[in-house]
Design a protein around this ligand. Structure first.
Ligand code: MN
Length: 492
């Protein structure tokens, strides 16, 4: 387990004294709360919140988020309550921890229907209400995926499936590429074990064959760039991701030789201008492959990704991909949130964006600028910044469950009457009462996000009450009520 000192050292730029004290307090508080508890792996339970916090420190989150990550399982799994957390660590931390507990109750329940899944993802984001909650949940899931071997095969498949269907798409939308790839690879391993093994073997083989010229190309390029006095911040053979490799194999009918970017060289330089200069130098050194030069700096990908890509005939004429970008672009590709949040290529998400007012959209775009300048100035992001990234895309939406776990998407202020008509007309017409989270409520009750709504019907009931028109919110429910009332009158 990482000691407090080791955990704090994960951050490139150290936290100030006040923040160190705050994180230390949470570290020892959570350690004590989980004392004596063990994970299924046999390690102390506290390893889990520490690993979760570590991922978030890597992502550059502020001290409130790190404190919340350390405490995230305290109310759920120990004798201490959310009130205790609030008393010791304040309202903001308690708010984040509460969000994590709430979101933790959402379960996939073996669903495969794409509309249902999309609603589930939306609900997850809506309930989280704060982007930090989502990021902590993602880090939490990453650690749980890393220790999935302790569970039964049935449980492994169910958790891996949920990871692939809910967490991977959300991580992708938030642009946390590095975490998304890790989650995807871990889920792949459990969901398709045979294909996974085969992909690992093919990938290792191919990388071994290519490692020699990748290394040589890196050396030759370093020399050429030095001569041109270009400062290289980093140059690496890019990490491999099995699931992405597997998808490319499928696309290219399992022909490894056709996958040029299996081993890419990534060059990080200080400025955009340097990027283009490096591209020129790379092309002087090696012949580029026609049609494979991609300028994602001038024309970023729909999810905001920026970089220059080129495929070259490297040492001994072997094909290699080279990626050139600045540190900010590199950071955004791995952990950048706001940029991807705004430019997300995901269609349904975009549709939602388009429904928003233009000013709001511009405000979102300001985040991107702010994010960039904060990267430049501080090399990390403050709590204020993360706090301001509230999830309000779903402001006018609520998501409620049926007792069987189906998600119903409703407008804000919707009532059990709207809920009933959203399920089935007959359900609405025969409605006589409702329970929310197992408590009886009146039919004009405003449903809240995450409520479980149970409807009580009366088979003999002939028509809805006229009163319902006073509070039913959806057009669908209102027109069904009017229709049923008309029909009922004409029957007399
Ligand atoms: Mn946890």
């Amino acid at each position: 387990m990482l000691s407090l000192k080791e955990l704090l050292a994960v951050r490139q730029k150290p936290y100030d004294e006040k923040r160190v004290a705050f994180i230390s307090k949470a570290y020892y508080f959570a350690q004590k709360a989980h004392e004596g508890q063990k994970r299924m792996t046999g390690e102390p339970y506290f390893v889990h919140p520490v690993e979760t916090a570590k991922t978030l420190i890597k992502m550059g989150l502020g001290s409130n988020s790190i404190v919340a990550a350390l405490l995230h399982d305290v109310p759920e799994d120990t004798d201490l309550t959310l009130e205790d957390v609030k008393k010791e660590f304040g309202k903001e931390v308690a708010f984040i921890v509460e969000g994590i507990t709430k979101v933790g109750q959402i379960r996939l329940r073996g669903a495969t229907d794409e509309i249902y899944l999309e609603n589930l993802r939306k609900m997850f984001l809506a309930m989280a209400a704060d982007i930090r909650v989502v990021l902590i949940k993602i880090a939490d899931r990453l650690d749980n995926m890393k220790t999935l071997q302790v569970h039964s095969r049935v449980k492994q498949i169910s958790i891996a499936n949920e990871t692939m269907e809910v967490f991977v798409p959300i991580a992708n939308r938030l642009g946390v590429g590095e975490i998304k790839n890790q989650l995807e690879d871990l889920a792949f391993k459990y969901l398709k074990p045979v294909e996974y093994k085969d992909t690992v073997r093919r990938s290792e083989e191919a990388l071994n064959v290519r490692a020699k010229y990748t290394k040589r190309a890196i050396k030759e390029l370093q020399k050429a760039l030095k001569q041109e006095k270009i400062e290289i911040l980093n140059i690496v053979g890019r990490a491999k991701h099995y699931y992405r490799f597997y998808q490319k194999l499928l696309k290219h009918e399992m022909q490894v030789a056709e996958i040029y970017d299996l081993s890419a060289i990534r060059i990080i330089v200080p400025t955009v201008e340097d990027c283009y200069r490096v591209l020129g130098i790379v092309h002087q050194q090696y012949n580029p492959m026609i049609g494979r030069i991609k300028d994602y700096i001038s024309l970023p990908k729909p999810n905001g990704y920026k970089s220059l890509h080129t495929t070259i005939f490297g040492p001994e004429g072997k094909i290699l991909e080279v990626q050139i970008r600045t540190r900010e672009m590199d950071y955004e590709a791995e952990y950048g949130i706001a940029a991807h949040w705004v430019y997300s290529g995901d269609r349904s998400f975009k549709d939602m964006l388009f429904r928003r007012k233009k000013e709001e959209l511009n405000k979102q775009l300001d985040w991107v600028k702010q994010l960039r300048s904060w990267h430049e100035e501080t090399g990390g992001l403050s709590d204020d910044f993360w706090g301001s990234l509230k999830i309000d895309f779903f402001k006018n939406h609520i998501f409620a469950f049926t007792p069987l776990g189906d998600v119903i998407d409703l407008p804000e202020g919707a009532t059990p009457v709207d809920f009933a008509y959203a399920i089935h007309t007959e359900m609405g017409d025969t409605l006589s009462g409702a329970k929310i989270n197992q408590r009886i409520v009146s039919l004009d009750y405003a449903i809240r996000n995450g409520d479980v709504v149970e409807l009580i019907t009366e088979k003999k009931k002939k028509a809805p009450n006229e009163d319902w028109l006073k509070f039913a919110k959806t057009t669908h429910a209102r027109s069904k009520i009017k229709q049923a009332l008309r029909k009922n009158r004409s029957n007399f």
